[in-house]
Design a protein around this ligand. Structure first.
Ligand code: BEZ
Length: 396
């Protein structure tokens, strides 16, 4: 082949490649919309919060399945990471999903410390994040962001509700006990604020590191202090152990134990008699008699052969919220502004009742007063109607 023929060949090859590239660019957006939407689930599947992560995953997948297995008309591919409820591993875990797996949306997590780190990574990368549990007040307060949504609660909400109820019941003194991290601190903070505003006094605030469950010395101290009531924040495996230890120490006969509803949600089977009669506050109750809850519970039991709990509801609502956003952009997740606008305006028919979001993207919902009866967290009243957080410096 002489030099001229080689040049001609090269020119022809370049022209063909150019046409092919042009064609690819013109069909690119259409192809991108047919590709699967990548959903990154970053949740605990081991450790004290393992059951919570599983229930959230089940609830999320149930809502997606009820929507034909799709988001905005597109199939879904799941990427899953066990975050172990370990804040130190959270930046790496979130980055794996965002950078390596290139997920379109992150869903997670349970532990507030992990969620605080995760939401920073999401903000830094402008990745859409939906939080199906972790209640860190700051995330939808001063750290609020257009790309970060929560379908669960903020930690102070349950404490505020129970503080109000205990003050109304004319309890005068309280002792609080919790794991020492954002969730416990904020839950207890809400309780103290509302209880003292209603005329009560928190006489001692006790805490131990997460996820420790050596409660004996704290029970001894509570017995000596003899408060009118004890308010606690515990969840998952730790909640099971605490309720049993409290009863084993005989304290359930003398000092009423109350808590954020996580104390008895998804745990009653394991707590048995020790949990009977406990009062808690939460945005969900097993027996809520609304059509959505009845249908949700039946579908969940059928799919997973187990009873749903509040975590399953929150996972279900995370998917419901994403469905609203994805439908508004017909699956084109790159239309972020439109997607966010639709999610902000969403009014979800949640198993908990109606659910709307405030400016910081945190739920506005009723907080129920519940009493454990047998294997049920029975709703016995509404502690606070339509509870919404103050702006707390959110600039959205
Ligand atoms: C939290 O860390 O925010 C949390 C964990 C379990 C239940 C509720 C809140």
């Amino acid at each position: 082949m002489n030099a001229t023929r080689t040049t001609l060949h090269r020119m022809a090859a370049t022209a063909v490649a150019g046409v092919a590239l042009g064609l690819l660019l013109s069909v690119g957006p259409a192809l991108a919309q047919q590709a699967k939407i990548k959903v990154g689930l970053m949740l605990p599947y081991t450790g004290t919060y393992a059951a919570l992560g599983t229930a959230i995953t089940n609830g999320f997948k149930l809502a997606i399945d009820e929507n034909g297995g799709k988001l905005g008309g597109r199939e879904i591919e799941y990427f899953t990471v066990d975050d172990e409820s370990d804040p130190a591993k959270a930046p790496d875990n979130a980055n794996k999903l965002i950078k390596r797996d290139q997920v379109d949306v992150l869903v997670g997590t349970v532990h507030s410390g992990v969620a605080l780190a995760m939401s920073k990574v999401a903000r830094d990368n402008n990745t859409l994040l939906v939080i199906p549990n972790a209640g860190a007040d700051e995330i939808t307060g001063p750290l609020c962001a257009a790309n970060v949504f929560r379908t669960s609660f903020s930690n102070s909400q349950m404490g505020i509700a129970m503080g109000k109820v205990m003050a109304e019941q004319k309890k005068k003194t309280a002792v609080t006990l919790t794991w020492k991290y954002a969730a416990g601190d904020e839950s207890v903070g809400g309780f103290k604020e509302a209880f003292e505003a209603g005329g009560g006094k928190v006489i001692k605030e006790l805490s131990l590191p997460f996820p420790q469950v050596e409660f004996q010395s704290y029970l001894t101290e509570i017995a000596a202090l003899k408060p009118d009531v004890v308010y606690v924040f515990f969840a998952g495996g730790g909640a099971v152990k605490f309720v049993k230890d409290y009863a084993a120490a005989g304290l359930n006969k003398t000092i009423p134990l109350v808590g954020a509803g996580f104390l008895t949600d998804g745990t009653l089977e394991a707590q048995g008699d020790a949990a009977q009669g406990l009062l808690t506050t939460l945005h969900y109750g097993d027996g809520l008699n609304n059509p959505k809850n009845i249908a949700f519970r039946a579908a969940y039991q059928k799919a997973f052969k187990s009873e749903p709990d509040v975590y399953a509801v929150q996972g279900y609502d995370a998917a419901q919220l994403l469905i609203v956003g994805a439908n508004a952009v017909k699956g084109d997740m790159s239309k972020r502004a439109e997607l966010v606008k639709a999610m902000e305006a969403a009014k979800l028919d949640s198993p908990r009742g109606s659910l709307a979001l405030n400016k910081g993207h945190n739920p506005i919902h009723d907080i129920y007063l519940r009493k454990v009866e047998g294997k049920e967290n029975k709703v016995i009243g509404v502690a606070v109607k339509n509870l919404t957080d103050p702006p707390r410096g959110c600039k959205l």
